[in-house]
Design a protein around this ligand. Structure first.
Ligand SMILES: Cc1ncc(COP(=O)(O)O)c(C=O)c1O
Ligand SMILES: [Zn+2]
Length: 407
């Protein structure tokens, strides 16, 4: 598909052969680029997501796909209708899109697959990224599958499962004794110096294109009936922007008749995008020092803040923030009510719904669960009951069952 790149700040349009990452005039922070397509002809409605995952939507992707697909099935994640929970919350309907079911167990695989295809187009065999964890494990896993090298910068505080995932896949891992925001800035400097391909959120305009397939898949699975609201957790702001754009691209070709109102959910200790949105000055980011148990969205210097604010406003939506306590409880409650075990950042979207469900009475809602709970069992453990340890003696087992209230 032919496309151009447009700066989200100044609106200048670039040929992708001239500019690789961000607008040279507006800079890395505000000058993130949007991919705009020069569509010719009608899009085929026959999307074989089951076999091809995200590549089923190749007519919406900026890729010469015949050469560069990752040999793993990315996307094709399940969507569940939760009737009982919808009734409890007073909603007309509630859907959960479980993207923890991707090859490396997070939404980020959708973006990494596209990044790898792009690196291959450019004949670059090493990809780098700074990440709170999931983008890193995703690019590490998909690089391994594609015979590429990956160099990863993570904050030292990344959960053990995510770090192990990186090492298992053979990535070179640099754990920065600092925040994600510091790891990000360092990675940009070093990656550029060595000429590696950049898979950093927001800076690389193609990541959002991969991520938008989550919305497209959801719309397809719902028979092109789009819910009224979409709940999405927000760190840098790319995922929420991508979900808006996925629905928008479908609306532009007439496959859906509207775009859901996007509700971006942030952690209270890391709500810079929300604060920027509420200030009304989208190009003056309200950066902060970030803290949250939802490590994936513990971002103080959000890189896609302008786009996220513009797109959420265009959808008629808004942002909410939730406490660590609410996120922790949401991990447990979502698991118990639906069987979907989300990592804290994934469950944050559900915590956001719990917070504002009174306002959404009688409406339809989709929650995007962006990461699997096994990524961070340590955080979940703080919000669950204890294990009953016994000797292998029947009486002890029965006593433990009584204590647990199970008999
Ligand atoms: C599980 C999970 N949810 C949500 C997000 C938020 O995405 P973004 O940083 O693009 O806002 C991330 C990003 O790392 C993530 O890993
Ligand atoms: Zn610009």
């Amino acid at each position: 598909m032919n496309y151009k790149l447009r700066c989200v700040h100044c609106g200048r349009i670039y040929d992708p052969n001239d500019v690789r990452y961000t607008c040279p005039i507006c800079g890395q922070r505000l000058g993130t680029l949007e991919v705009i397509y020069e569509r010719q002809g009608i899009v085929n409605r026959d999307f074989d997501v089951e076999h091809r995952g995200i590549w089923a939507f190749s007519e919406f992707l900026p890729i010469k796909r015949e050469h560069f697909e990752v040999p793993l099935l990315v996307g094709n994640t399940p969507i569940y209708e939760e009737r009982k929970l919808a009734d409890e919350l007073g909603l007309a309907s509630l859907y959960i899109k479980d993207d923890g079911r991707n090859p490396t167990a997070s939404y980020k695989d959708r973006a990494s697959a596209v990044a790898i295809a792009k690196a291959k187009e450019l004949n670059i065999d090493t990809i780098y990224c700074a990440s709170t964890g999931n983008a890193a494990s995703s690019i590490a896993g998909l690089s391994a599958a594609s015979g590429m090298k990956s160099i990863i910068f993570v904050p030292k505080s990344a959960p053990a499962a995510k770090l192990t995932q990186l090492l298992v896949y053979g990535a070179t891992v640099i754990a920065v004794d600092g925040s994600y925001d510091e790891a990000f800035d360092l990675s940009m400097e070093i990656g550029e110096k060595f000429g590696w391909y950049c898979r950093n959120s927001a800076v690389n305009p193609y990541l959002l294109e991969g991520k938008k397939t989550g919305a497209m898949e959801a719309a397809l699975q719902l028979g092109w009936n789009v819910p009224d609201f979409a709940m999405v957790s927000v760190g840098d702001g790319t995922v929420v922007s991508s979900i808006y754009k996925g629905f928008k691209d479908l609306k532009d070709v007439g496959f859906v008749d509207r775009i859901p109102r996007m509700i971006g959910v942030q952690a209270e200790g890391a709500n810079a995008v929300m604060r920027t949105f509420e200030s009304g000055k989208f190009d003056v980011p309200r950066d902060m020092v970030a803290h949250s148990i939802a490590d994936s969205i513990a971002v103080g210097k959000p890189r896609d803040v302008l786009k996220a604010c513009k797109y959420v406003r265009a959808s008629g939506g808004r942002f909410v923030s939730v406490s660590d306590e609410e996120i922790g409880r949401a991990v447990v409650e979502l698991s118990r009510k639906t069987g979907v075990f989300a990592e804290p950042a994934g469950a944050a979207a559900y915590a956001g719904l719990k917070k504002i469900h009174d306002e959404l009475k009688g409406r339809s809602v989709i929650i995007f669960v962006t990461g699997n709970g096994l990524k961070d069992v340590g955080s979940a453990r703080r919000f669950v009951g204890k294990v009953y340890s016994v000797k292998p003696i029947k009486e002890e087992v029965e006593e433990a069952l009584r204590n647990a209230g199970a008999i």
